[in-house]
Design a protein around this ligand. Sequence first.
Ligand SMILES: [Zn+2]
Ligand SMILES: [Zn+2]
Length: 258
Amino acid sequence: MGSKFKELVRARMAKTNEGWQTAERHVRAQAGGAGGPPPGGGSAQEPWIAELLKQLHLSTTFGMLVGRVPATGAGVNFALAQAQANELATHPVYFAESGSASTTITGDLTAITRDQVSALVRAGAANADEVQMIRSGNYEGTTFSERCESCEGWIWCGDGEHEGACVCGQLYRVSFDAMLGELFSLRGFHCCVDCGVEWKLDPAGAGLDPGRNWNEWQWQCQKCMDITPKTPEQLEAMHPFKRRRYRAMMMGGQQAPL
Ligand SMILES: [Zn+2]
Ligand SMILES: [Zn+2]
């Protein structure tokens, strides 16, 4: 997806209040498919991509995250970490990964090049520079939520793979290929975008929190709705992450009560 395409989708979302997926579908249809094949689409794949998919245990490129390994070192030994960072800065390493495998940690996978990263993005893989990849899965009827990496707002993964944009504008993709252990690092329910309180279907009718939906995947509880900042001063007094989220809500032309 080009940034021009995303711009069109955002413009449509602002105008129509549609969710990311719906707006994207319309823009794609209008462009006559100019936005490229849908992620993981069924177009004929180059053999090396098919092979990489197999190695990463994926059936389509939807769950593939690609990019450049950041030039930062890790570990307790400062000199070693520094050397590692320098090495990555001068000799960039690129990666492709799924929920269960990565070209940079699995010894028998071949390293990929910068050109291959571009080709994979064209083939529907998510570009790590632009898209947050959230890995969820199906586990005994549980659905999960994960934090947005830009504003720390909670995003509900729902019960199927999808793409979207957080209220702050961060693009993300939810792939259903997390390893079981990783699943439990997510929050095990559908929760409020702000405070993380659980959203409950209450069959007894004993006071279901109405709140409001910012979009299909982000619900805000009544309590958080009530403390939505009303003035620029209140906005400025918020935690920077939260401020980022509320500012986007205010500016995004959504139904913010301001
Ligand atoms: Zn966000
Ligand atoms: Zn809340």
